[in-house]
Design a protein around this ligand. Structure first.
Ligand code: GLA
Length: 376
C-alpha cells in the first residue's frame, strides 16, 4: 500500500472504548456519509480494540465477538463499503491487545489473511504485551510482510507510541503511518503535550509514512472513553490546525452521530484539510520570529503550488502577539517579492508591512495562513 498524503477517517477508541457493536458502526457509517465526511477526505472507518472473542478458534483464527458483531466482520465491511468508506480494524504486535484480547504475535500471517478475507482496508497495530526479547522493529516488519502478502491492499498503521526509537526503523516495516506520540486525552494539556512531543520528529514525517499524533479529540467535550475535562471550540480548532499543519493523519475521535455544528465546521474546513493533504508533504519549519507572550509556536511550510502555509499557535492561556519577518520565510527585499496572505479560519486578508507580518492571538487561539508569493 502506498499512501502519498496523510490518511483520514474515524476511529472508535476515543469515544467508545470497549463499548462497540455492529449497530454503532453502521450508524457511524451512515452519519459519516450523511454529513459529507467522505467528500472531505475522511475515508477510513476504523474499529479499535475490543472487537474479538478472548480466544482464537480451533484453527487459530481470530473470532469476532458474536454479541457485538452478530453478522461477523465481513458483513460490517460490506456495510461500510456500501457507504463509500473503507474499513479498518485493530490488532497488536504482542500476545494480547492493550485491552487483553488476543494479539497477533506468532499469528501475523494467518491474521493478515483473515483481515483480507473480511475485506479490511486498514490495520492499526498496537504494541502492548510485546515480547521483551524480540525488538519491535522485527515484530512490525513481520506484520508489514504479512499484509503485503495477504492478497489485499491494507494500509498498515503502526502504533508503538514512538518508543524504542520507532522513528529510526518504521520506514523498514511498510507502515504508512506510525504513532509518534503517547495516547491523547480530551484535555488542552494533552494536546499541548503531544504538540511538544512532535516538534523533534518533523524530519521523520513525509510522503509514504506519516507521523501520527493520535486520533483527534475535536467535538468530544469531555464525553467518552478518553474524555476528561474536555476542551472548548477555540482549543479544538487550534488542536485540529496543529495536527493538519504538522502533516498528521486526521482521524476523527468524537461521536459523529450527534456531532455539533461547530465540530463539523472545524473538521470540515476544506482549506485547512488542503494544507494537511498537500502533496509536497514538506517539513514544517520552526520560525524564530519575535513574539510577546508565552508558548507561541510559529511555523511555515512550503506547498506544492508555490504558496506558503504559515501557522501561529498560541498554546497559552494568555494573549500573544507574533511577528514574522519575510527574511526568515525566504523572501528578503533582494528577491523583489512579498506575500499576499489570507487567514483560513476567518477568510480575512492579513497585511504585510515593511516585510513584516504581525498577528494578535487570543488565549489558545491560532492563525492558519496561506500566503501567495507576489511581486513587490
Ligand atoms: C493503546 C493505543 C490506543 C488504543 C488502545 C486500545 O493505548 O495507543 O490508541 O488503541 O491501546 O486498547
Amino acid at each position: 500500500m502506498v499512501k502519498l498524503t496523510p490518511p483520514m477517517g474515524w476511529n472508535s477508541w476515543n469515544t467508545f472504548g470497549a463499548d462497540i457493536n455492529e449497530k454503532l458502526i453502521f450508524d457511524t457509517a451512515d452519519a459519516m456519509a450523511a454529513k459529507g465526511l467522505p467528500e472531505k477526505g475522511y475515508e477510513y472507518l476504523v474499529i479499535d480494540d475490543c472487537w474479538s472473542m478472548k480466544e482464537r478458534d480451533a484453527n487459530e483464527r481470530l473470532v469476532a465477538d458474536p454479541e457485538k458483531f452478530p453478522h461477523g466482520m465481513k458483513a460490517v465491511a460490506d456495510y461500510v463499503h456500501s457507504k463509500g468508506l473503507k474499513f479498518g480494524m485493530y490488532s497488536c504486535a504482542g500476545n494480547l491487545t492493550c485491552a487483553g484480547y488476543p494479539g497477533s504475535f506468532e499469528h501475523e500471517f494467518i491474521d493478515a489473511e483473515t483481515f483480507a478475507e473480511w475485506e479490511v482496508d486498514f490495520l492499526k497495530y498496537d504494541y502492548c504485551y510485546h515480547s521483551p526479547i524480540i525488538p519491535g522493529k522485527y515484530l512490525y516488519r513481520r506484520m508489514g510482510l504479512a499484509l503485503e502478502n495477504c492478497g489485499r491492499d491494507i494500509l498498515f498503521s503502526a502504533c508503538s507510541w514512538g518508543i524504542d526509537e520507532t522513528h529510526e526503523w518504521i520506514k523498514t516495516t511498510g507502515a504508512s503511518m506510525w504513532r509518534s506520540t503517547g495516547d491523547i486525552f480530551d484535555t488542552w494539556e494533552s494536546v499541548k503535550d503531544l504538540t511538544r512531543q512532535q516538534e523533534k520528529l518533523h524530519p521523520y514525517n513525509g510522503a509514504g509514512c506519516f507521523n501520527d499524533m493520535d486520533m483527534l479529540v475535536v467535538g468530544m467535550y469531555g464525553k467518552g472513553n478518553v474524555g476528561l475535562k474536555g476542551c472548548n471550540d477555540i482549543q479544538y480548532r487550534t488542536h485540529f490546525s496543529i495536527w493538519a499543519f504538522m502533516g498528521s493523519p486526521l482521524m476523527i475521535g468524537c461521536d459523529v452521530r450527534d456531532m455539533s455544528q461547530a465540530s463539523l465546521d472545524i473538521l470540515g474546513n476544506e482549506e485547512i484539510i488542503r494544507i494537511n493533504q498537500d502533496r509536497l508533504c514538506s517539513q514544517p519549519v520552526k520560525l524564530a520570529g519575535t513574539w510577546a507572550g508565552e508558548d507561541l509556536l510559529l511555523y511555515s511550510r512550503q506547498l506544492e503550488n508555490g504558496d506558503l502555509a504559515i501557522g501561529m499557535f498560541n498554546l497559552s492561556e494568555n494573549k500573544a502577539v507574533g511577528r514574522l519577518n519575510l527574511d526568515e520565510l525566504g523572501l528578503p527585499f533582494s528577491t523583489g517579492r512579498t506575500l499576499e496572505v489570507k487567514e483560513l479560519w476567518t477568510g480575512e486578508s492579513v497585511e504585510v508591512k515593511n516585510a513584516t507580518m504581525v498577528r494578535e492571538l487570543e488565549p489558545f487561539d491560532c492563525a492558519m495562513l496561506r500566503a501567495k508569493v507576489v511581486k513587490l
